[in-house]
Design a protein around this ligand. Structure first.
Ligand SMILES: [Zn+2]
Length: 230
């Protein structure tokens, strides 16, 4: 099993699917995390302005260890200025064709601009990766499920709820590693706890994480038994 996670900034992946990532890792999945931005705007004092990128990279390293993320890259695109365009499409297609995931995660379109951009770029890149185009980016890879996750705005009608009761502690520990961001994100632990409990209620567990399966392109089903999978 290989899971590929695309997130705009260092911390989005933890808030959204930190429990699911750890659960996948516990089940033996190989996880790759791709951040679009190095988070250069995430400083809280002027003194921190020139060190924040290094700090966030170190924090991400700790997060990867806690969540069991085996490989990580940052595309180093400008924070607060992520763009839909040729270079970002190419980056997504290349990542998918190189890593060959069985499942892909990214943002819903509901949040602010960088998150929206990543949603759009990943959805289109995921759509194009199986098609015989941009062949210099690697051999085509099949359609695999693309799930959207929630960071700020909740998904109104989730496709599924992952029970993360056994990994919620790891999610909290991972978020504590992003110490540089805690002033920016307000009462984030309150939100994570409340949302996870509400999602857990929906899914019949103590803690849950909500996902929305994309309808941008249908998944071909060759074996009818696959219809019975979640
Ligand atoms: Zn973000």
């Amino acid at each position: 099993m290989r899971a590929l996670v695309f997130a705009a900034h260092p911390d989005d992946e933890v808030i959204a699917v930190g429990g699911t990532i750890r659960k996948l890792a516990n089940a033996g999945a190989e996880i790759r995390l791709v951040h679009f931005s190095d988070g250069a705007e995430g400083y809280t004092t002027l003194d921190e302005k020139h060190t924040i990128v290094d700090l966030r990279r170190q924090e991400t390293g700790q997060v990867c260890a806690i969540l069991g993320i085996g490989s990580y890259t940052n595309l180093h695109l400008q924070d607060w200025n992520l763009q839909v365009g040729n270079s970002t499409y190419h980056a997504v297609i290349r990542e998918i064709r190189t890593f060959k995931p069985d499942i892909v995660f990214t943002h819903t379109r509901a949040d602010y601009h960088d998150h929206m951009t990543v949603h759009d770029v990943v959805t289109d890149g995921w759509f194009h990766a199986p098609l015989p185009c941009a062949m210099d980016l690697g051999p085509v890879w099949k359609y695999v499920p693309l799930y959207e996750f929630e960071v700020r705005q909740p998904i109104s009608a989730p496709s599924l709820i992952v029970d993360v009761s056994d990994t919620f502690d790891a999610k909290v520990k991972a978020m504590q590693c992003y110490g540089s961001q805690l002033e920016h994100v307000g009462s984030i632990f309150q939100m994570m706890e409340g949302r996870a409990k509400e999602r857990g209620y929906l899914g019949g567990g103590l803690y849950g994480e909500a996902l929305l399966r994309t309808t941008f392109h249908p998944i071909p089903v060759r074996n009818v038994k696959d219809l019975m999978k979640a």
